[in-house]
Design a protein around this ligand. Sequence first.
Ligand code: MN
Length: 148
Amino acid sequence: MGQKILVVEDNELNLKLFCDLLRAHGYQAEPVRDGREAVERAHAFAPELIVMDIQMPHISGLELIEQMKTDEALKSIPIMAVTAYAAKGDEERIRDAGAEGYVSKPISLLRFVEAVAGLLEAARNRAADPDGDADEAQPPDESFRPPA
Ligand code: MN
């Protein structure tokens, strides 16, 4: 099974698009259509990443991000915000709320998948090296060459 990603998005077409795309890349995607269920579903599913739409009825993605970032069980899960409006200051508000990543609609599918992979990798690195001092302790192996 791939890594678990909770997708919170009220728009049915976007929800299906994101989940299909993530599954095509080997992730286990769990859709949440109603933002009011997002916190409970996050507790139950225990995802490695949360994709969060910002513009939703009943409760905004910004509020949900703030709630999750003050929730002991959820706060370490990276959140990638998705927003329709790339108005000036949006990215700052989203980052202030605590989201680790941000993509704006219309979504570039490639950028979406790259952003997800990047956030998951950053979270893995943080878990492996909580002090952020791995580079000092262990210099990169000069003999390593990535496959061509
Ligand atoms: Mn929406």
